[in-house]
Design a binder for this molecule. Structure first.
Ligand SMILES: Nc1ncnc2c1ncn2[C@@H]1O[C@H](COP(=O)(O)OP(=O)(O)O)[C@@H](O)[C@H]1O
Ligand SMILES: NC(=O)OP(=O)(O)O
Length: 312
């Protein structure tokens, strides 16, 4: 019997806030991933890069400020860098966990390019938070210098960049080949390196950060996954989030999810893209389900004991 395929999308807390924290965080994340692999599931891992890509851009911009170069690093190049350094830590942590459990598993990280539509309206309306949280004063200073900022789900202000919808995963065939060969595959890091096709069919990076949950939903649909698991900083999705009458959701249909979206129950740039990604995945074929929960609760969630499941 064919093994069930699960796409696991890792949020910020699975990676830690800086390079030191990342080393520790991925060790814990790797245990969760290998637990699921041991249940006989084919695992494809994706991850975010919001804090990391902001940090890289900042570091690169500081080189310009320091006069060490006059060339700014394009955002898609920073996305590629984030895929590399997050991917290698994840890959090595999963490999080590497999080794500790005496499992002879294969793990690969794929630098993944994701095509977007250059006419996507998102290029005119930046919504993707990147980098660290800022104070209101820092955000206002950025705005005055032409750097868009936005309040992020009640947690502070952050720089925001364009986040077009992912259209096509260019390395899809490579991903399928490696999954079919039994690899745990790390792909679509940071939503994928955003590219557009030029007139000669060349792929050219474009200034954006694709939402990793949207990219994960597209990937899950295209590789025929059974389950999309979005691991984040909350055990369940809520309505009336942060209010006195907050209510956790365990199991909702896509129609109920759409009603809640219409009521603006989910914050833009954080929970909203997750729920929208889940809806698109559920609609891509019958029986497809998305679980949203905490990293530590992934196994319990897959066993139906916790988390929020969104289905047709
Ligand atoms: N309705 C909601 N229910 C639960 N969490 C919500 C809701 N609206 C906003 N959030 C926030 O969204 C966060 C998850 O989004 P985010 O931090 O962007 O995810 P990621 O883990 O992918 O980095 C939660 O930790 C919570 O603070
Ligand atoms: N690219 C992306 O969606 O990153 P986060 O999940 O860290 O926001």
């Amino acid at each position: 019997m064919e093994k069930k395929k699960v796409v696991i999308a890792l949020g910020g807390n699975a990676l830690g806030k800086d390079i030191e924290e990342q080393k520790k965080a991925v060790a814990k994340t790797a245990k969760v991933i290998v637990d699921l692999a041991e249940q006989g599931l084919d695992i494809i891992v994706t991850h975010g890069n919001g804090p990391q890509v902001g940090m890289i851009q900042n570091a690169m911009d500081n080189l310009v400020v320091a006069g060490e170069t006059d060339k700014q690093i394009p955002l898609p190049t920073s996305v590629a860098m984030s895929q590399g350094y997050i991917g290698i830590d994840l890959q090595n942590a999963i490999k080590y966990e497999l080794h500790n459990r005496k499992i002879d598993g294969k793990v690969s990280t794929i630098l993944t390019q994701v095509e977007v539509d250059p006419k996507d309206e998102a290029f005119q309306n930046p919504t993707k938070p990147i980098g660290r949280f800022l104070t209101k004063e820092e955000a206002e200073k950025n705005e005055a210098n032409g750097v868009a900022c936005m309040e992020d789900a009640g947690r502070g202000y952050r720089v925001v960049v364009a986040s077009p919808m992912p259209m096509r995963i260019r390395e899809l065939e490579t991903i399928k080949t490696l999954v079919n060969a039994g690899h745990i595959v790390i792909t679509c890091g940071g939503g994928g390196i955003p590219v557009v096709s030029d007139e000669d069919g060349r792929l050219v990076g474009t200034n954006a950060v694709i939402d990793k949950d949207n990219a994960s939903s597209l990937l899950a649909a295209k590789i025929g996954a059974d389950y999309l698991v979005i691991l984040t900083a909350v055990e369940k999705v809520a309505i009336n989030w942060g209010k006195e009458d907050q209510k956790w959701l365990s199991d909702i249909t896509v129609e109920q999810a759409e009603e809640y979206i219409a009521q603006e129950q989910f914050a833009k740039g954080s929970m909203l893209p997750k729920v929208e990604a889940a809806i698109r995945f559920a609609r891509s074929a019958p029986g497809r389900r998305t679980l949203i929960t905490l990293l530590d609760k992934a196994s319990d969630g897959i066993a139906g004991k916790t988390g929020t499941v969104i289905h047709s």
